[in-house]
Design a protein around this ligand. Structure first.
Ligand code: OGA
Ligand code: MN
Length: 209
């Protein structure tokens, strides 16, 4: 089993302390096979079921009164995870375990976790942005779990992370089971268009704002 595999909600102390250290030092870390395949497969199936039952809504840009649909900025559609969802509810529980690890290792004072299923139809993208809202510093750590089996390199759909000067830091393909953690405050990133439907869970560990 890969060293970061959560399995039945276990966060082995050594590997996860090292992962937290890297997250603090570099601002990001990618953890392949962070969940057993059966778990992220159940998450994808739940997302597909919700999406076909009209449980998703087009992504909007901004907050509160400034919310508007903006396909020139992002073309994904979203559905909030709720504790009552069979697979999504378990994911929220797993992330409570990770929240405890991050607080123990990094003293971040993370108070809660929120997450959305995200579906990018073929050709959809999300232009360069940071995850922390302009008017709230609640979001501290972003956590994206990818739900796509067999993602070929030529399918596109990578997340591209940039440094403050706009130089490319790294690219992450949305391969099923990979969990990408990064600082929400100051890490600009974009999602490139893909030739296949792209499924993920975008989540944020938050302080109480
Ligand atoms: C987001 C986001 C990245 C991804 O939803 O804010 O940047 O790879 N998602 O899906
Ligand atoms: Mn983002």
């Amino acid at each position: 089993m890969p060293e970061h595999n959560i399995g039945l909600t276990a966060f082995p102390e050594g590997p996860w302390a090292r992962a937290a250290g890297q997250l603090a030092g570099r601002g990001h870390i990618a953890l392949p096979q962070a969940l057993p395949e059966a778990c992220w497969t159940a998450l994808r199936e739940e997302a597909v079921r919700l999406q076909s039952g009209a449980g998703f809504a087009p992504a909007r840009v901004g907050r509160g009164g400034g919310l508007q649909r903006e396909t020139a900025v992002r073309g994904d559609e979203l559905c909030w995870l709720e504790p009552g969802l069979p697979a999504g509810g378990r994911y929220l529980e797993w992330m409570e375990g990770l929240r405890a690890v991050l607080n123990r290792e990094l003293f971040l004072g993370l108070a809660e976790f929120e997450a959305q299923y995200a579906h990018y139809p073929v050709g959809a993208f999300y232009k360069t942005h940071v995850d922390r809202h302009r008017d709230s510093n609640a979001r501290v750590i972003s956590a994206v779990l990818y739900l796509n089996p067999d993602w070929p390199a030529e399918a596109g759909g990578e997340l591209v992370m940039y440094d403050a000067a706009g130089g490319e830091l790294f690219r992450q393909a949305p391969a099923g089971g990979t969990l990408l953690l990064f600082r929400s405050e100051d890490m600009p990133h974009a999602v490139l268009p893909a030739t296949q439907p792209r499924w993920s869970i975008a989540g944020w560990f938050r302080t109480r704002g």
